[in-house]
Ligand binder design. Structure first.
Ligand code: CA
Length: 237
């Protein structure tokens, strides 16, 4: 295992220098790109990284476009990406997260905060990679069948597609992937949004209620764990 390789896209050179030398001190390998086009050029050479830090305002392009490109690129599809931007507000944050960023840190940020976020997304990426299980999960309850298809992002109840919103699906998937284990509201939020601040705990409860309704005969498999969170457990009858 070599050092964790990071691509840092940032046009403010002073900031880039400061952050990069801090990260290098922590043992990371850092490639600095000062523009959109330089990031693409570096990609031609390096082919991939373990983590990308991305500024949104670049002199020759929009960081979100770069994010889209990375997410469509095989070697970077699953690479954690943290947006570092002066753009504030939940809309920008949500837009970035929807386009596939793993976290969003507003400028100005502290170096300590940044290194904590980096550790967090790297740990999460590792956790996701670890169990290379099948992409579909199938549950049976009496004559009913529930299939959760991770790759297609779809759930089927007795062969019929359930119309989950993306958020509802993510919550169900997080619970199903940890079947039998209770997840706290915070853990569910982290699994779904990867960051605090976008929604409140109560929102999780609202999502759970909607998911339950759509699960039909499987609704009781989504258990409430008092004072903690939720658990998904299917016990064949
Ligand atoms: Ca900038």
């Amino acid at each position: 295992m070599g050092a964790v390789r990071i691509l840092y896209v940032e046009d403010e050179r002073d900031l880039s220098q400061l952050v990069s030398s801090h990260l290098k001190e922590l043992g990371y390998e850092v490639d600095q790109a000062y523009s959109f086009s330089q990031a693409l050029l570096l990609f031609q050479v390096k082919k991939g990284w373990d983590l990308v830090l991305l500024d949104l305002y670049l002199p020759d392009g929009d960081g979100l476009e770069l994010l889209k490109f990375f997410r469509q690129t095989e070697s970077l599809k699953r690479t954690p990406i943290i947006i570092l931007s002066a753009r504030s507000g939940d809309m920008n944050r949500i837009k970035g997260l929807e386009l596939g960023a793993d976290d969003y840190l507003e400028k100005p940020f502290s170096l300590v905060e940044l290194s904590l976020r980096i550790k967090k997304v790297l740990a999460r990426a590792k956790g996701i990679e670890k169990p290379r299980e099948a992409s579909t999960m199938t549950y049976k309850l009496g004559s009913h069948q529930l299939v959760i298809d991770k790759l297609k992002r779809e759930a089927l109840l007795d062969g019929e597609s359930i119309s989950f919103s993306p958020m509802e699906f993510k919550i169900l998937l997080a619970l199903a992937e940890n079947e039998g284990t209770a997840l706290s509201r915070d853990e569910l939020l982290a699994a779904v949004w990867g960051d605090e601040g976008v929604v409140f705990d109560r929102t999780v409860d609202a999502f759970i209620a909607k998911i339950r309704k759509k699960l039909g005969p499987f609704k009781d498999c989504l258990e409430t764990v008092r004072g903690y969170g939720y658990r998904f457990k299917v016990e064949p009858s």
